[in-house]
Write a protein that binds this ligand. Structure first.
Ligand code: GLP
Length: 241
């Protein structure tokens, strides 16, 4: 595991975007595993800026996202589909037909997960997987558990996650209670993994996940066993290391 220290959020975003750019330049047909959350927003903004300058070409790139809320339609501004279009896909020359997320509108969880596993298999493996880190160590929506779930599965969101999301919705009933997420085995099969972390509020979980014991209680700790992980974190997130 390589840890790259960034000065602040902006520097973290630039360094992460540099790594993704290098991947796309070295292999224009790359399969990128992408993440949502507030942390990668600056990374996507930087990639868009470099695309606009003519330094990047996404025409050969395929993407598979980590997760999606169950029950949200694509035009819902809280869906991860909407997020990805808003922050990246609509702003670069990527072929939209090669951008994949789990289908949140599929009510049959088994079908949604099996379909997404097939999508992941069909793209031939992820070259570079981008990850954020949840405060409880979750990656994607792999929440603290007694086991590491292997493949795509339906997750019951923890009460704290549902509560935290309440502010984005008109009423509690509208807040999604479940999500579809890629599993840990799939994430671990990516050739290269890039984790972005920012802020003092993540310092404790950075220490636990990357310097503590490997346990499904802290799902990100499994990344210690991956052969090519780069963590780009700002000084605040690394303040306990
Ligand atoms: C959500 C996403 C994760 C993300 C996490 C952290 O739960 N499903 O993929 O990494 O939030 O979000 P943030 O970057 O906003 O701290």
């Amino acid at each position: 595991m390589k840890i790259i220290k960034a000065k602040d959020y902006k520097d973290m975003s630039r360094k992460a975007a540099n790594i993704i750019s290098a991947q796309v330049i070295m292999k224009p047909e790359s399969v990128l595993g992408l993440a949502t959350g507030s942390t990668p927003i600056g990374t996507y903004a930087q990639l868009v800026e470099w695309y606009q300058k003519g330094d990047l070409d996404f025409s050969g790139v395929t993407t598979v996202n980590l997760d999606e809320y169950k029950g949200l339609t694509r035009d819902n501004d809280q869906s991860y589909y909407y997020f990805m279009n808003d922050h990246l896909f609509s702003k670069v020359n990527i072929d939209k037909s090669r951008t994949f997320l789990p289908d949140g509108t599929e009510a049959d969880s088994d079908k949604a997960c099996a379909d997404y596993n097939r999508v992941i298999a069909s793209v031939g493996g992820v070259d570079l997987q981008l990850l954020g880190l949840g405060h409880n160590g979750h990656i994607g929506f792999n929440e603290p558990n007694d086991i590491f779930e292997a493949e795509t599965h339906c997750v019951n969101l923890t009460e704290s996650t549902v509560k935290a999301n309440q502010r984005f919705f008109a009423s509690m009933d509208d807040v999604p209670k479940q999500a579809y997420t890629m599993g840990i085995k799939t994430i671990m099969q990516a050739k290269k993994i890039l984790v972005v972390v920012s802020g003092e509020d993540k310092a404790a979980i950075v220490k636990e996940a990357f310097f503590g014991p490997v346990t499904p209680k802290v799902q990100a700790s499994i990344l210690q066993f991956h052969k090519d992980v780069i963590v780009v974190a700002d000084e605040a997130a690394l303040s306990l290391i």
